[in-house]
Design a protein around this ligand. Sequence first.
Ligand SMILES: NC(=O)c1ccc[n+]([C@@H]2O[C@H](COP(=O)([O-])OP(=O)(O)OC[C@H]3O[C@@H](n4cnc5c(N)ncnc54)[C@H](O)[C@@H]3O)[C@@H](O)[C@H]2O)c1
Length: 271
Amino acid sequence: MELEEAHVVVTGGAAGIGAAAARAFAGAGARGVVVADRDGAGAAATAREVGGLGVEVDLGSEAGVATLVTRAEAEYGPVDVFCSNAGIAGPYGGPEVSDESWQLTWNVNVMAHIWAARLLLPGMLGRRHGHLSSTASAAGLLANPGLMPYSVTKHAAVAVAEWLAITYGGGSGVGFSCFCPQGVATPMLETWRREDPSSRLASASGETISAEQAAAALVAGIAADRFLILSHPEVRTYQERKVADPERWLAGMQRFQAEIDRARAEAESAG
Ligand SMILES: NC(=O)c1ccc[n+]([C@@H]2O[C@H](COP(=O)([O-])OP(=O)(O)OC[C@H]3O[C@@H](n4cnc5c(N)ncnc54)[C@H](O)[C@@H]3O)[C@@H](O)[C@H]2O)c1
């Protein structure tokens, strides 16, 4: 995908990977960068840095995504690259998590990608030009111990991207990518580490990279028209191990979960 002179929309651009991606797209020569976030002041700050447009919007509804697309098109014309990056960690826990929390996590981490495709794909296919990128996670290829809604919704985000690429990607002129980072030093990771005593153990399975490193991998992957974009090479190894021997992979994850349970119990008994 040619990024020079492109009109790029980045969601979740007030902070973390999205803010770094907005800067990286501008650095790659994009002519218009739209920075969307529910944090309006943060979106405006990133937009100022890149000479783009900040849009305060909640992407947990189709109306929010539609508002964003309308504002972006009014400013810079048809969208060339839509980088659907906003995501939430969701609550710790499994089936006991409330339906309300499940739905919120589902809307932001999965439906926002589907709504973006619903709104943008007809135009992109008609123009035979465009790129839809979604940020999932290594948790969507492997698993995230502790956070079931995150793990499940990120698997679904990978499935959404794969399905769109299979159905609409062959020779249409429209590209699709799915970004699956592991640990990235952002406000999301900081919050998780503060709130969950076992998180250090969970994120010790790989290197924590900076938001700039993650964004550089994302933008280079889109420019190179790659579908699966990995910023952490070890994720490919873990993925290969999972596919090669699922029983062994599961047993390893169960041992890992037992260590996490011990760390959480120790932290709780220490007050
Ligand atoms: N940080 C990591 O280690 C890591 C690892 C794998 C995947 N990811 C994924 O990368 C993406 C970016 O994560 P990050 O670490 O930069 O997170 P972050 O929390 O630092 O930034 C995410 C941004 O998205 C915005 N956002 C969240 N919900 C929104 C909504 N409903 N509407 C509009 N904006 C909303 C937040 O306000 C925030 O500015 C997410 O999809 C996340 O799941 C992060």
